[in-house]
Write a protein that binds this ligand. Structure first.
Ligand SMILES: Nc1nc2c(ncn2[C@@H]2O[C@H](COP(=O)(O)OP(=O)(O)OP(=O)(O)O)[C@@H](O)[C@H]2O)c(=O)[nH]1
Ligand SMILES: C=C(OP(=O)(O)O)C(=O)O
Length: 211
């Protein structure tokens, strides 16, 4: 068990399945690039991420911000809350829109963590305590998790170089050894690393299907 002193509501953003994870097109079907195979992979990765996050100690509500109808239906089937994108376009706007619908203690989690272990997310919440904090990706340049201090705005600064941007915004870099929380999948190499950690069941099934 972890010393998780507060409950954090998480917002998880996902583009429409045809636009999301463009650098992974072809990864699920040996380079063919069939749009249906790509959508199925992005869907599986998102569902594995959300399911793991929702079961982590210290996580309260999980809200996915997306305007994708297929993902929305799949999330509703497993009892996950969904909010459509607001009027402002873009990732950080989607995060602010989601955070505004959640409680006083909020965080943002990336949707592309197919090997996520709930215990590693709980450990990150425990290390953060009541501080504004973030977890960098395994390359150290991006961000997989941003936590606002209780009662403070999320103030998300995701995008290229977000680890630096979050540090400059006063967020403490979390230091734990959490390979599954740090392994977001943008490239085929990231997917290979996540596979070695261990995919969640839906993502694993995509690769069995394409084998
Ligand atoms: N709801 C919502 N989610 C977004 C938006 N833009 C990006 N995201 C999500 O935010 C996360 C990071 O986005 P990006 O790094 O821009 O894109 P990506 O889908 O991860 O990958 P690439 O297409 O390969 O760049 C992903 O889960 C995206 O699906 C947006 O406008 N609305
Ligand atoms: C948007 C980000 O991630 P990625 O490009 O890895 O999806 C980020 O790390 O801020």
């Amino acid at each position: 068990m972890y010393d998780v002193r507060r409950t954090v509501d998480l917002v998880i953003p996902v583009k429409t399945l045809d636009r999301a994870k463009s650098r992974l097109v072809g990864a699920a079907d040996r380079g063919v690039g069939d749009p249906a195979a790509h959508a199925a992979l992005v869907l599986a990765v998102a569902l594995d991420t959300v399911t793991a996050a929702a079961s982590a100690q210290g996580v309260g509500r999980v809200l996915v911000v997306t305007s994708d109808p297929e993902l929305t239906s799949a999330l509703h089937r497993i009892g996950v809350e969904v909010l459509a994108d607001g009027p402002e376009p873009g990732l950080n706007s989607a995060l602010r829109h989601g955070a505004a619908a959640l409680g006083p203690s909020v965080g943002a989690l990336q949707a592309d963590l197919p090997a996520l272990r709930p215990a590693e997310l709980s450990a990150a919440l425990a290390e953060a305590g009541d501080r504004r904090a973030f977890c960098a990706d395994r390359q150290g340049t991006g961000t997989t998790l941003l936590l606002a201090a209780p009662g403070e705005p999320l103030d998300p600064r995701f995008g290229v170089g977000s680890a630096t941007a979050h540090t400059e915004s006063g967020a403490v870099p979390l230091t734990g050894d959490w390979p599954s929380l740090r392994c977001d999948v943008d490239t085929a190499e990231d997917l290979a690393v996540a596979a070695r950690i261990g995919f969640g069941p839906r993502t694993a099934a995509q690769f069995v299907l394409s084998a």
